[in-house]
Design a protein around this ligand. Structure first.
Ligand code: CP
Length: 316
């Protein structure tokens, strides 16, 4: 394993499969009355969040606690960041308090990579701007493997030949970029679908297909991953109305009906119900949204275990 987890593109296939296999083993802890392992006793994990989060922050906290680490939750709101303290000084302050790993979410793309140059502990990217969200991609890949590969065959397996379609606001999505990088490393065939205004200009350099025709892609997808329309990052009018966005790129019950019987519907959350995904689709038995959240804890346990306490050679 690498010293830090900044980009899904830094993971080799062996690294990624090792994380998924470790998460499968750790999943059994979630079913126990006492959900704790002593693995990271005496270690401290800092959640350094400069941007709002529900799923990622709480699941990293649960994951670290289930491995018996001490957890410090730092939110930029209400801290000395409001007095002008820099990211570097904030991180060095937290490291001086004994942080072995810093899990960082930041609105600026590249902030985790900078942080890794400043501290001696490990850095995990929990989402940076529109750049990457590698542990989201890992939990998504884990959820796909859980759904599509029989349990007895999962160990050592990637997602070879699985057809994944990622739909929506690709332009502003760190989840899309990390998923494309990780899923292709694991052997999946990935297509991104977006209206022209929400497709990145550099999409030709991504290791995936790009399409503007959602209905054509749905019929041949094993997995459809809907992306949140990120209004807070939009600096212009990217679509005329919410109704138009829903018509072109939304997953509703009619579109659900044309998909293969086994196909599942994913969303990283938080969702805009009625915009990129209809409420009936989000709540349908073919939706994996709740399973993705549960799997987020075990996958993040695996990441912390391998980076701080577990097996694996350090390569960077
Ligand atoms: N999927 C995700 O990153 O959700 P949060 O913003 O709630 O952490």
């Amino acid at each position: 394993m690498n010293r830090h987890l900044i980009s899904a593109g830094d993971l080799s296939r062996d690294d990624a499969v090792l994380i998924l296999d470790t998460a499968t083993e750790l999943a059994s802890v979630a079913g126990r009355p006492i959900k704790k392992l002593p693995t990271l006793r005496g270690m401290t994990v800092v959640n350094l969040f400069y941007e709002d989060s529900t799923r990622t922050r709480t699941s990293f906290e649960a994951a670290a606690k289930r491995l018996s680490a001490d957890v410090i939750n730092f939110s930029a709101k209400g801290s000395s960041v409001a007095k002008g303290e820099s990211l570097k000084d904030t991180a060095l302050t937290l490291e001086a308090m004994g942080a072995d790993a810093i899990v960082i979410r930041h609105p600026a793309s590249g902030a985790p990579r900078l942080l890794a140059n400043w501290i001696t502990g490990r850095v995990v990217n929990a989402g940076d701007g529109t750049h990457e969200h590698p542990t989201q991609a890992l939990l998504d890949a884990f959820t796909m493997r859980e759904r599509l590969v029989p349990v007895e065959d999962q160990r050592g397996q990637g997602l070879d030949g699985v057809r994944v379609t990622i739909v929506g606001d690709v332009l502003h999505s760190r989840v899309a970029r990390s998923n494309v990088l990780l899923l292709t490393t694991l052997g999946a065939e990935v297509t991104v679908v977006a209206p022209p205004t929400l497709m990145p200009h550099a999409i030709g350099t991504w290791p995936c297909r790009a399409s503007y025709d959602l209905d054509a892609e749905l019929r041949k997808s094993d997995v459809v991953m809907m992306l949140r329309v990120q209004q807070e990052r939009m600096t212009a009018a990217y679509f005329p109305t919410v109704r138009e966005s829903r018509r072109r790129s939304g997953l509703d019950t009619e579109r659900l009906a044309v998909r293969p019987e086994h196909a599942s519907g994913m969303h990283p959350g938080p969702m805009n119900r009625g915009v990129e995904i209809a409420a009936e689709v989000a709540d349908s038995p073919r939706s994996t949204i709740v399973a993705q959240v549960a799997n987020g804890v075990t996958v993040r346990m695996a990441v912390l275990y391998l980076m701080l306490g577990g097996a694996g050679e350090e390569t960077a």
